[in-house]
Design a protein around this ligand. Structure first.
Ligand code: GAL
Length: 414
């Protein structure tokens, strides 16, 4: 028996198990191309390679993923979808309804996902009761980022109300500093808009307006005030904001060209990738008001032929939710692990705050899905809202006109 070496044992096993030993392969479509994002996705590539996987990268540049989703539709229509796709929120179920998503319940059950994922977030990963996506992280959307030196030298504290924010911005403007770094792309307008809806209206109003699409909420005085504030914020961005990518807006804050950015905590991934330290170089604080807007990145697997591709999908799913990946990836990405059993010891003060608030908001019913990042609504409804938000931001449309258009656009999208 001693002659029966490890190598021959492995080859006998390989022969008997046959295809189960195919080399795992994956073509992975994602939109993580900025500095912090690229560092983060590299963690997954490395772990995949370390387990013998071969990865074909399919990055589609463009923050927020609009371009990636267009590319996905083209690939899927031609009958040749990537094996794994960065996909999140109700878009997962929309693709499932097309009959093109693979069931990854085997991996999820073997790895005990149900025991380590918060129930509210796990629901997004289910299609007709089975697991159809693997969650990567929890990004908080409602954050303000600030250049610490600019605030200090102008005698400004991190604002805790929108009035304080406006007062700070006026002061900065008078001092010749661009108050708000912003990229004029519709998803970025939507990102700012939803934080104002939450901040001025409160969690219950956010739920009614942007999750339940309640017409009364959409046309309310509160919603008019939200558009009033959007108009005020429009006055705080620089002249070159149109079309700017979000990470270039983050760089403006980093380099002292602007004071604030309202953006999800992938912005922190940029600061950190550039060696900046929270609490010293930059500050983070939730946007004024109550509540937590979450944006959970996840990957869905498309039905594909071939044992190697299926092995690749299973391996990817296992790694993505695995504790080691969840820690390293999220340290780079700016988000927090979606697993509840990963220690946050190595994480910074912004991540600790995110985690504490998430738990408190989950208890209070104020842990809410981000509409701007595709967590709350189906594509048609979210798109209808964003069109109006962007049209308002880029014109002199009145708030009254905006709420009318908003209600009409939502009604037409149903
Ligand atoms: C979000 C995505 C984040 C981040 C951001 C900017 O939609 O969930 O992970 O990458 O877009 O690209």
């Amino acid at each position: 028996m001693k002659l029966f070496t490890a190598a021959s044992a492995a080859s006998v096993l390989a022969m008997t198990a046959g295809a189960a030993f195919a080399e795992p392969k994956a073509e992975v479509m994602h939109w993580w191309t900025s500095g912090g994002e690229a560092k983060s996705v590299a963690v997954l590539q490395e772990e995949f390679a370390a387990r013998g996987g071969s990865w074909t990268d399919m990055p589609v540049a463009g923050g927020g993923g609009d371009a990636a989703m267009t590319a996905l539709r083209a690939r899927a229509l031609s009958g040749n979808p990537p094996t794994a796709v960065q996909l999140k929120g109700p878009a997962i179920q929309e693709w499932y309804e097309e009959g093109v998503l693979a069931d990854i319940s085997d991996v999820a059950e073997a790895q005990g996902w149900a025991d380590v994922l918060p129930a509210q977030l796990a629901e997004h990963m289910k299609c007709d009761g089975h697991w159809c996506a693997a969650p990567v992280n929890v990004h908080r959307v409602n954050w303000i980022w600030a250049n610490a030196d600019i605030l200090e030298s102008n005698g400004i504290e991190m604002p805790t109300t929108w009035e304080e924010f406006n007062a700070a911005a006026e002061k900065l403007k008078a001092a010749g500093v661009t108050p708000l770094a912003h990229g004029g792309q519709s998803w970025q307008d939507a990102t700012v808009f939803e934080t104002v809806v939450l901040g001025l209206g409160g969690p219950e109003f956010y739920q009614q307006a942007l999750v339940d699409l309640d017409e009364e909420a959409l046309t309310s005085d509160t919603m008019k005030q939200v558009f009033d504030e959007m108009r005020v914020l429009r006055g705080y961005v620089d002249d070159n904001f149109s079309g700017r990518e979000w990470n270039l807006a983050t760089a403006m804050v980093m380099n002292g060209e602007a004071a604030f950015q309202i953006m999800g905590d992938w912005a922190k991934g940029e600061f950190v990738a550039a060696g900046k330290v929270p609490g010293e170089d930059f500050l983070c604080a939730p946007t004024p008001g109550e509540g937590y807007l979450y944006n959970v990145d996840s990957f869905a697997m498309f039905e594909v032929e071939g044992e190697d591709a299926k092995e690749g999908q299973a391996l990817l799913a296992e790694l993505i939710v695995g504790p080691s990946f969840q820690e390293t990836f999220n340290l780079n990405k700016g988000s927090i692990p979606v697993r509840t059993d990963v220690s946050l010891d190595k994480f910074d003060m912004c991540a600790q705050k995110s985690s504490e608030d998430m738990q408190a908001d989950a208890q209070n019913g104020s842990l809410l899905p981000s509409y701007a990042h595709g967590m709350a609504l189906r594509g048609a409804q979210a798109g209808a809202i964003t069109d109006v938000v962007t049209a308002h931001f880029n014109s002199d449309m009145s708030s009254e006109e905006a709420v009318e258009q908003l209600a009409a656009a939502v009604a037409n999208s149903m």
